[in-house]
Design a binder for this molecule. Structure first.
Ligand SMILES: [Zn+2]
Length: 88
């Protein structure tokens, strides 16, 4: 298993075309966040409450339907046990 893969095999990073500059950026895969949250038994509702986001908004983030803003991802990861999310 490479450093980029979650325990369940979902890659922590994905390529996504940027609406702002048109280039492709490497961004956090929301599905990876979702799996990590579920593994720790945290509900979507509880995570949304801690991050002060609506559950619907957070659900969209986890499904890669909204931008995974660095601030949101940082706060999200702080709710979970320490884990490695290696960018390369
Ligand atoms: Zn860009």
């Amino acid at each position: 298993m490479s450093d980029e893969e979650g325990e369940d095999g979902v890659n922590g990073w994905m390529e996504e075309s940027c609406a702002h500059c048109g280039h492709t950026h490497k961004v956090v895969n929301g599905l990876f966040l979702r799996e990590a949250r579920i593994r720790e038994g945290l509900s979507l509702r509880e995570m949304a409450r801690r991050l002060r986001l609506s559950p619907a908004y957070l659900s969209d983030v986890e499904r890669n339907r909204r931008a995974r803003l660095p601030k949101i991802v940082g706060n999200y990861l702080r709710q979970l046990k320490p884990m490695r999310l290696v960018n390369q």
